[in-house]
Design a protein around this ligand. Structure first.
Ligand code: ADP
Length: 258
């Protein structure tokens, strides 16, 4: 009799706890959905005024150029650069909130590999003369047509090349492209500072930066790799990293050929 009572009591308690957990889970889901929606709306609202600032600065810069006020042009260039950086960060947050809310979609089209590589080299060209790094293209593949979301793949590759460049003081950044016919592998290889072994698993998490203390030498948000990883997952691709501290890193995107 006593044991039966105890069992009934325990069963009643389990029911109460399960109900409490269900309520807590539902509340958490609702609040996380609200958070994602809030972030998506907020970042969208932030983008518009910054785009307008960039547009107006361009206009004023043109006038200053026409009037030969070159000091002013130099100052306005700084405004544009910083506004662009801000816009870049806001776009990162918008991408992440879209992914979290399950609202990021693929925009598939047919793209020649060579056109993609051309776009990549044009987008990353400004990075190279500036900090003494050389950019090499090691392409052993033919020119297949890829059925991809070229904007997202390009964004991932630009992220990887920009990082490689940022963390390499004076050396080389190589893009190696291999076509195994079941997949295309894009490897971005640098001869930079490398990543400590115990940090390798963390760098794809949001806001994670190696040496993220106050002494951090490099700028950035810690969002680029998190977004790159999410984009790769969306595209059915894999992203992996190999690195030796002090020697360099190799990030590879493995894109299946459908
Ligand atoms: P961010 O570059 O804006 O800080 P990322 O998400 O792109 O953010 O990268 C996260 C961190 O991973 C960087 O802060 C850096 O510590 C490390 N990292 C990424 N790429 C490299 C690289 N090529 N070489 C060395 N460290 C890197």
């Amino acid at each position: 009799e006593r044991l039966r009572n105890q069992r009934d009591q325990l069963e009643a308690e389990v029911k109460i706890r399960t109900a409490e957990l269900t309520v807590a889970r539902d509340a958490a889901l609702t609040s996380s959905r609200h958070k994602s929606e809030f972030l998506a709306n907020m970042t969208h609202e932030l983008r518009t005024p910054i785009q307008s600032i960039i547009g107006y600065v361009d206009l004023v810069k043109e006038e200053a150029e026409n009037e030969g006020q070159f000091d002013m042009v130099t100052d306005l260039d700084k405004v544009t650069r910083n506004a662009d950086r801000l816009l870049g960060m806001i776009n990162c947050l918008l991408d992440l909130s879209k992914i979290e809310a399950g609202r990021m979609e693929l925009n598939l089209s047919s793209t020649y590999l060579k056109d993609l590589l051309q776009d990549l080299s044009e987008a990353t060209a400004p990075l190279f003369p500036r900090n003494n790094n050389k950019f090499l293209l090691d392409n052993h593949s033919d020119n297949p047509i890829l059925r991809i979301d070229s904007e997202k793949l390009l964004q991932v590759l630009i992220n990887l090349v920009s990082n490689a460049c940022k963390f390499t003081e004076r050396g080389t950044v190589t893009l190696r492209v291999e076509n195994t016919h079941s997949e295309i592998n894009f490897s971005v290889i640098d001869t930079g500072i490398g990543i400590p072994a115990d940090q390798l698993a963390k760098i794809f998490d949001q806001f994670q930066q190696v040496d993220s203390g106050e002494t951090r030498r490099f700028g950035g948000t810690g969002l680029g790799l998190a977004i790159s990883k999410q984009f790769c997952e969306l595209m059915g691709a894999k992203i992996k990293v190999e690195s030796i501290e002090g020697e360099g890193s190799c990030f590879t995107v493995k894109l299946p050929m459908s």
